[in-house]
Design a protein around this ligand. Structure first.
Ligand SMILES: Cc1cc2nc3c(=O)[nH]c(=O)nc-3n(C[C@H](O)[C@H](O)[C@H](O)COP(=O)(O)OP(=O)(O)OC[C@H]3O[C@@H](n4cnc5c(N)ncnc54)[C@H](O)[C@@H]3O)c2cc1C
Length: 296
């Protein structure tokens, strides 16, 4: 039924596929339909149909902060890859949701604009990273956001200023309200010295390569850092580095990373998360809060 809707409306989709290359843990979850709306109007048309047919959906960015918990995702996965335009006006830049955050950080630095250097190694898309308030080095995306264009659950396109979106550490109104979809984000940047920015990015990249297991599939930091502490240090102190459940392993290189040694499943990763939470709670009386998002 939904397939004939895609066909009759000329909506691009893939059918019965593995999501392995669409999530950075490389979990081999299957889904019936992966859909690529070409425009915002097509996205609205699609969402209306899914609502009418009571079909659940997930808007997926680069899959770099999620854990597919099941062998099959039963709804429709929407990818906004075609929403990828970027426009510049003086020191502001507007990027559509599907654009790569790393690319945007590098583009803006190339143009001598400063503010997004911190994001030069965050492998997400602009839309999801806005909702997640992605950040690093004591900076985050909300620091440089001017406004966000959003599709509301009743299909209105609205602009919200940063102040209206309740941004906080890795959190926002948009993360809490999944039926609001980021269409584009406008960033207010400042003039900066290109060479200085490039050197800083290079230095930070080298540090990441030295300290993080970037050669293995993961979804970055598993837990938020508790106030004044590092989640990785607590996990390491609990002697959990290298601990495995199936092919899911607590990285030997950085304890706040879980890596996929080959054929890990979402269930194994979730069991490992629960094990870490229990050990850290038993040993240090601290509740570690998950940064990654579990997709049911
Ligand atoms: C090696 C590595 C290093 C990382 N380092 C960092 C880091 O330094 N700092 C940091 O903050 N994160 C880091 N991350 C995590 C991750 O890259 C960020 O959270 C990123 O912002 C997620 O973007 P994504 O496009 O991959 O989102 P996804 O994982 O695809 O989605 C995340 C959530 O956003 C929702 N979403 C997707 N698109 C939209 C949209 N258009 N509108 C509203 N919601 C949407 C999804 O439904 C999902 O709930 C790292 C990950 C890896 C693998």
């Amino acid at each position: 039924m939904i397939k004939s809707f895609f066909d009759s409306n000329n909506i691009e989709y893939k059918e019965n596929i593995s999501l392995k290359k669409y999530n950075t843990y490389r979990l081999d979850t299957k889904c019936s339909y992966l859909v690529f709306p070409k425009t915002c109007n097509e996205l609205i048309l699609l969402l209306k149909e899914l609502k009418k047919e009571k079909i659940p959906y997930l808007v997926l960015g680069n899959g770099s902060n999620i854990i597919f918990s099941m062998p099959t995702y039963t709804g429709v996965i929407i990818k906004l890859d075609y929403l990828n335009k970027v426009t510049y006006k003086d020191n502001t830049v507007t990027a559509e949701a599907g654009y790569s955050l790393i690319k945007l950080a590098m583009d803006t630095v190339e143009k001598g604009l400063s503010g997004l250097e911190f994001a030069a190694a965050i492998p997400g898309c602009v839309g999801a990273s806005t909702a997640m308030n992605a950040g690093a080095y004591n900076s985050d995306i909300s620091n440089v956001i001017e406004s966000v264009k959003i599709l509301t659950p009743d299909y209105k396109i609205i602009n919200k200023s940063k102040e209206e979106l309740s941004f906080s550490y890795r959190d926002s109104f948009l993360k809490q309200n999944k039926d609001y979809i980021v269409l584009s984000t406008t960033f207010k940047l400042l003039p900066g010295d290109k060479e200085t920015m490039l050197n800083q990015i290079k230095e930070r990249r080298e540090k990441r390569i030295a300290s993080q297991p970037l050669d293995m599939p993961s979804a970055g930091s598993v837990f938020r850092n508790p106030e004044g502490m590092y989640a990785g240090a607590l996990i390491e102190a609990a002697k959990l580095k290298g601990y495995c459940i199936g092919d899911a392993m607590i990285s030997e290189k950085h304890a706040n990373f879980i890596v996929n040694k080959g054929n890990a499943t979402g269930k194994e990763i979730i069991k490992l998360i629960e094990k870490i939470q229990k050990e850290v709670k038993d040993n240090y009386h601290i509740d570690l809060k998950l940064e990654q998002i579990i997709i049911e």
